[in-house]
Design a protein around this ligand. Structure first.
Ligand code: THU
Length: 137
């Protein structure tokens, strides 16, 4: 069983692979699938800036590309590259919307904080009154 602590550790490991020469802000994410498999992602920046992508979306897209759509939890760890985490790194709005495509309001998101701490917030908290595929039916 993957505990929140383990998932946060996977997010921190993914963070070490961040490619962020422009912002200097390194983010890692770890997405736990219902089958127990964990997909990691890191932010990957680009000289043209626009093609850059967040860690969370890399993790989601990797999982979906492998045929997974049933997700149990996400962990995110972010902060200045090469430094310890000093604050929570909540997912950006675009990543929240991407998560909403596959996850409901109760979906737990573990945000790494300083000194090994973490906070848990649901997707419903982070993206209230969301637009989803339910609105299209
Ligand atoms: N970033 C993420 O990867 N995830 C977030 O939730 C927030 C921001 C990245 C994008 C960019 O490469 C850098 O952090 C600074 O915004």
């Amino acid at each position: 069983m993957t505990t929140p602590e383990t998932l946060v550790a996977f997010a921190k490991q993914a963070r070490s692979r961040s490619y962020c020469p422009y912002s200097g802000f390194a983010v890692g994410a770890a997405l736990l699938c219902a089958d127990g498999i964990v997909y990691q992602g890191c932010n990957i920046e680009n000289a043209a800036y626009g093609p850059s992508i967040c860690a969370e979306r890399v993790a989601v897209f990797r999982a979906v590309a492998e045929g997974k759509r049933d997700f149990a939890a996400l962990a995110v760890a972010g902060g200045k590259a090469g430094e310890e985490i000093t604050a929570l790194c909540p997912p950006c709005g675009v990543c929240r919307q991407v998560l909403r495509e596959f996850c409901g309001a109760d979906f737990p998101i573990y945000l790494a904080g300083p000194d090994g701490t973490y906070e848990c917030h649901s997707l419903g908290e982070l993206l209230p009154l969301s637009f989803s595929n339910a609105e299209l039916s």
